[in-house]
Ligand binder design. Structure first.
Ligand code: SF4
Length: 364
C-alpha cells in the first residue's frame, strides 16, 4: 500500500473514533439494525431517519417481528419516508430471514446479498458494519470522497466506475477495522467532504488529498446528469361524505403492484400529455375529471379548486390539482374505496403528497 493510502486509512480512522455521531443504529452491533437503517438512509437524510428508525425498531424489534407484521402496519410506519418499495422489500427480506435463517441475519455475504432489496452497497454495509468483514460499502458519499482524494475523473454514474472504486475502497480497509473504517468514510462524506462545499481545512486527510491539491475539490466527482423526472399533470377529486361519513373523505386504494402499490389516495386522473403543458381552464378540467371518474363508477361534481400540490418520484414529477366536489351520497361505497376521517387515518398508509393534502383538509 502506498503512503497516500496508508495515510488516508490511518488518519480517517483516528478522526472517526474521536468525532463519530451518536446514532441510534450505532449503539450496538446488530445486523438487523444496520440493515433497517441503511435502507431508510437511501435518499433520506440522517436527521429525518432517526425518529423513523426508533419508532420502527420499537414496533418491529426483530426480523421475525417485521416478517409477521401486516403489510399495512409496515407501510404506516414508513409513511412520509417515501420510496415505499424499500419498505416492502425490507419486509420480504425479513420473511426470508425468518424462514431460511431462523430469524437471524446470517453472517454470510452470499446469503445477505440474496435478500430482497439488498444490493451490493447494503450487503457491504451489513457485512462490514455489523460483522466487521472487510467488505467495501460504496455509495454516493464514498464515491465522492474517494474521487476527490485520489483525483479520479471517471464518471461515477457509470457502473464500471463504482466497481473500480469498490476495489480501491476494499484495499483501504485496515485489518480488523472494517466496521469503523467504512462508517468513517461515510461520516467524512456526510460531515466534511460534503457535495457542494467540502470543508477541506477541517479534513483529517487534507494533506494528501489529490483533488484538493489540484484545486478540484468542487469539480469532483464527475457525474453525468440523470434524465429529469417526467412531468405529469393530474386532476384529483376531494370528495366529502354525508351522514355517517360526514367529515370523511372518499379515498381509493392503489393497485396491488407498481408505484405506491396498495397505498391510499384521493381519486385522480392523468391528464393527457398534449393538454398538460399549461393545464386546462378549471371548468374544462373539472369536466374531464367528472367524466373520467364516472367511468370508474363514481358520480362526482367538481365545484372549485381546493389546492395544488406536487411530488417528485425518482422518474416522475406529479403536479396535482385538487378540486373540491359537491358532497357525495353513497349508499354503498364502491369497491376499492373507503371514507376516511381524521380519526381513521392511522389505519391507512398514504403517499407523502396525500398526507400533505389530508393535513391541509383536516386543518381547515
Ligand atoms: S481535503 Fe477536501 S476534498 Fe479532500 S477529502 Fe478532505 S474534504 Fe474532501
Amino acid at each position: 500500500m502506498e503512503e497516500q493510502q496508508r495515510y488516508f486509512s490511518r488518519e480517517l480512522l483516528r478522526w472517526y473514533l474521536d468525532n463519530r455521531r451518536d446514532l441510534p443504529w450505532r449503539r450496538q452491533h446488530n445486523a438487523y439494525y444496520t440493515w433497517v437503517s441503511e435502507i431508510m438512509l437511501q435518499q433520506t437524510r440522517v436527521s429525518t431517519v432517526i425518529p423513523y428508525f426508533e419508532r420502527f425498531i420499537a414496533k418491529f424489534p426483530t426480523p421475525t417481528a417485521l416478517a409477521e407484521a401486516p403489510e399495512e402496519d409496515v407501510l404506516k410506519a414508513w409513511e412520509g419516508l417515501g420510496y415505499y418499495s424499500r419498505a416492502r422489500n425490507l419486509q420480504a427480506g425479513a420473511r426470508e430471514v425468518k424462514e431460511k435463517y431462523s430469524g437471524v441475519v446470517p453472517d454470510d455475504k452470499a446469503a445477505v446479498s440474496s435478500l430482497k432489496g439488498v444490493g451490493p452497497y447494503t450487503t457491504g454495509a451489513i457485512m462490514s458494519i455489523a460483522f466487521n468483514r472487510s467488505e467495501p460499502a460504496v455509495d454516493g458519499n464514498v464515491m465522492r470522497v474517494l474521487s476527490r482524494y485520489f483525483r479520479l475523473h471517471d464518471d461515477i454514474a457509470k457502473p464500471a466506475t463504482r466497481v473500480h472504486i469498490e476495489h480501491i475502497a476494499r484495499d483501504l480497509i485496515p485489518d480488523g477495522h472494517a466496521s469503523d473504517f467504512n462508517q468513517a468514510i461515510m461520516e467524512l462524506g456526510a460531515l466534511v467532504c460534503t457535495p457542494k462545499s467540502p470543508a477541506c481545512l477541517l479534513c483529517p486527510v487534507m494533506e494528501h488529498c489529490a483533488g484538493r491539491l489540484a484545486g478540484e475539490e468542487t469539480l469532483l466527482p464527475i457525474k453525468t446528469k440523470a434524465k429529469p423526472p417526467k412531468p405529469e399533470l393530474r386532476y384529483a377529486a376531494l370528495i366529502e361524505g354525508t351522514g355517517v361519513n360526514k367529515g370523511k373523505l372518499l379515498m381509493r386504494q392503489r393497485p396491488e403492484s407498481g408505484l405506491l402499490a396498495r397505498m391510499w389516495e384521493m381519486p385522480h386522473i392523468l391528464v393527457p400529455k398534449q393538454m398538460s403543458v399549461a393545464g386546462l381552464p378549471d371548468a374544462e378540467a373539472q369536466d374531464m375529471l367528472r367524466g373520467a371518474l364516472h367511468q370508474e363508477g363514481l358520480t362526482v361534481l367538481p365545484i372549485e379548486r381546493f389546492m395544488d400540490a406536487e411530488h417528485t418520484f425518482s422518474h416522475i414529477h406529479w403536479q396535482m390539482r385538487v378540486f373540491r366536489c359537491s358532497v357525495a351520497e353513497y349508499a354503498v361505497v364502491p369497491e376499492g374505496y373507503a371514507f376516511i376521517g381524521r380519526d381513521d387515518r392511522e389505519q391507512y398508509a398514504f403517499p407523502n403528497l396525500f398526507v400533505r393534502l389530508l393535513d391541509a383538509y383536516f386543518a381547515e
